[in-house]
Design a protein around this ligand. Sequence first.
Ligand code: 3PG
Length: 432
Amino acid sequence: MRYGDLKYLSLGEELDKNQYVTCQYYLETDLPIVNAANAIAAEQSTGTWTKASTLSDDIFERLAARVTEIEDLGKKTVDGQILNVARTTVNYPLEEFSIEVGHIPQILSVIAGNLYGLLELKNVRLLSCLFPDSVIRKFPGPNFGINGLRKVLDRPDRPLVGTIVKPKIGLDPKQTAEYVYKCGIGGLTNSKDDETLVDQSFNRIDDRVPAIADAIDRVRDETGHRIVHALNVSTYVKDIVEIAERAVENGASQIMVDVLTSGYSALQMLAEADLGVPLHVHRTFHGAFTRSPYHGMAMEVVSLLSRLSGGDGLHIGTFGVGKMHGDPEEDMASRNILFNDIGLKTVMPVCSGGMHPGLVEKLVSISGMDVQIQAGGGVAGHPDGVLGGARAMSQAVDAVYKGIYLDSYAEDHIELKKALDKWGYVPGSDHV
Ligand code: 3PG
């Protein structure tokens, strides 16, 4: 049998957590579960499908991953085949990682690499990952974090409320800037490029940035209100810092990167470039490997890696209230990873995708006040246009902050009323 040598099993052994990266996996297999767990540890460290004559005792002792726990979750039938289901803990010794430099790619190749393709594992999902302090300290972490972002916006405790400029592609720089201006006047704190807009011919970064900066200045001069716009610089990693630096010189107030298509290194390079503006992190592509509960990788791992790499705000989903697939419990786990005490600044959870004013009360009843809520269609689709949509979103956030139910607040806030009439209202969990 492939991976039949069960030498990677150390069941019940108490290892020093400071010396290992500890990962939890869910697995479905037609093998006995001990063989399947052993296969993960072997393939992802010193082993392969058969015994290699070159694997010395010394290499094994220093570098072999150890399986310390296997929880038998019973059986399941898939396409007529009976599979064994389990959860297992695999510990990777620190020496297995190029951690002296603190970079994500090689770490991912270890903890989430070849195992996904092994025939022995019908499904396998990386559920969580725990790094010792010595590893965490190698990474930059957020430069701004939640507190820094709030300071930039002079918004100490209310949820941040933003938009994604729509249509996601097609507007020119002037039209984009006008959109941002209306959002600022309407009370939004954040605006952003969509994940597919970067530097297309119809909206070049060099033209978009100064136009938006000017719009943001006009909002400030006219009302005193602060809004930032996240400029998407997702591109060839070699150029990304230069593009971001030039954008900041030209007035960009926030930089955005699609972390999963650009790579964690792109995010880390931006964080280490110390641009002087916060970094907004979009997770587009995550559904390819987070959506199945049985296979791939949990979003909380993406959250942790994005925090290590230096994101100040990260899309985490909408706790099941918006348009994108999302398990509320998983979204909460992602949020908690952005907040827990690991010696790095906290990251602002961004809830985006199908949001509109009528969902704000429900969302905040789950997320709490430390959240950035964003609506694209939920602003641009308002009956009174972008300005009306911005006002309605802003009013919804003010209402929940003040502890007033949206249906009551809408009685004397016309833009909110029109939004609730158009898209409906989902009351918060504590609505009486
Ligand atoms: C995003 O970037 O989250 C989406 O583009 C959201 O757009 P929507 O608010 O129109 O769903």
